[in-house]
Ligand binder design. Structure first.
Ligand SMILES: C[C@H](OP(=O)(O)OC[C@@H](O)[C@@H](O)[C@@H](O)Cn1c2nc(=O)[nH]c(=O)c-2cc2ccc(O)cc21)C(=O)N[C@@H](CCC(=O)N[C@@H](CCC(=O)O)C(=O)O)C(=O)O
Length: 330
């Protein structure tokens, strides 16, 4: 099992540098930096990380094919690959509808746009001159002026068609999920995509991009996950909520609590609205032994990399060290 760790660049560069170096020293194989317009620029932060780390693989988790051209994405990730001595990975997904609305981007034809962008980026980073007559992107002999070297492309996906696309075109898939049931359901679509491209599963990285919260004290760990889990519950599509048998009332109670929090600042109400069942479904939370147990279940469901996503634990530094000491070596 490979281990990754997610960071949101909503902190100063030196704080991010500190945490990523700590993760590298703790044995993590990958670090994924999220990409939303309102946070610090993902590539500026990756440049610092590329210079200050030695072994950890690094990349956006995930960028998107809307807010910059695939040519810029290829150039940016190629540059990170050069600076890091070949450790770059590109995580790319359809992007986030809510944040796009704020910057006037219409979220249309995500599948088509993802396919075209990934095909273009793959060719550019392989040093080819790209002629591409797509429905969305038209390239006429574009070519990078430097040799970025081959860069693995991981696609962020939840929906069935995007999962198939990820398996067909990508070197891996980043699935925002923490429960084995979600990977059992994803398997059929991943296998269909691999078959379409004539690829075998063992060369493909199926990543559980999970919300994680680890502490020696189980209750402390689980309580630290409540707010993040509330956002995941509120944003989950009906198919996922039904899959896990969550009642409409329970989900609406979370949505209502979040509204109250935004309007009246009542975050305590949000934590209370999140049930233990929701914590188990939408996060990997508890003691190191609890987390190892869940990772073993995920491995049986075909997961090959687990990413420790927010909140990581009640105390980020201690939790990163705890994962490094008591989970990764097991
Ligand atoms: C588009 C969507 O795909 P999805 O697989 O659900 O993708 C949702 C997310 O993966 C995507 O929004 C990501 O960008 C979210 N995301 C992040 N999004 C961000 O913006 N920033 C991040 O940092 C980020 C991190 C991240 C990490 C892991 C991960 O899995 C996702 C992450 C979907 O609806 N897919 C459907 C298909 C929809 C469809 O058919 N669309 C048609 C018609 C659409 C139209 O009418 O225009 C088409 O595309 O042509 C499906 O897969 O079946």
């Amino acid at each position: 099992m490979k281990f990754g760790i997610e960071f949101v660049p909503d902190m100063k560069y030196y704080e991010l540098e500190y945490y990523v170096k700590l993760a590298e020293d703790s044995g993590f194989d990958y670090t994924w930096i999220t990409d939303h317009y309102n946070n610090r620029n993902v590539y500026s932060m990756l440049t610092i990380l590329a210079l200050k780390t030695r072994t950890i693989k690094l990349g956006p988790g995930v960028t998107n094919p809307y807010h910059i051209s695939p040519a810029l994405t290829a150039s940016a990730i190629g540059t990170i690959n050069e600076i890091s001595g070949g450790r770059a990975v590109l995580g790319i997904g359809a992007g986030d509808k809510v944040t796009f609305e704020r910057i006037g981007i219409t979220w249309e034809k995500p599948l088509k746009r993802m396919r075209e962008a990934v095909e273009i980026i793959r060719q550019l980073t392989e040093g080819k001159a790209v002629k591409y007559d797509g429905e969305i992107f038209k390239f006429n002999g574009a070519k990078l002026g430097f040799k970025p070297g081959s860069i693995p492309i991981y696609i962020g996906a939840q929906g069935p068609k995007m999962l198939q696309l990820a398996a067909e075109l990508g070197d891996g898939v980043l699935i925002n999920a923490s429960h084995p049931k979600d990977f059992e359901v994803a398997k059929e679509n991943i296998d269909a995509g691999l078959a379409k491209a004539g690829k075998s599963r063992d060369a493909f990285d199926t990543v559980a991009y999970a919300s994680m919260s680890v502490d020696k004290d189980r209750d402390k760990a689980r309580n630290a996950a409540r707010i993040v889990v509330a956002f995941i519950v509120a944003g989950s599509p009906p198919t996922v909520l039904e899959r896990h048998g969550l009642s409409e009332d329970a989900v609406n109670a979370v949505r209502e609590a979040l509204n109250n929090a935004f309007t009246k600042g009542d975050w305590g109400g949000v934590a209370k609205s999140v049930t233990d069942e929701m914590i188990d479904i939408f996060s990997i939370s508890g003691t190191p032994d609890d987390v190892i147990e869940r990772i073993n279940e995920l491995s049986k469901a075909g997961v090959t990399q687990v990413v420790a996503g927010s909140p990581i634990g009640p105390d980020k530094k201690k939790s990163i060290q705890l994962i490094g000491k008591e989970i990764i070596p097991k």
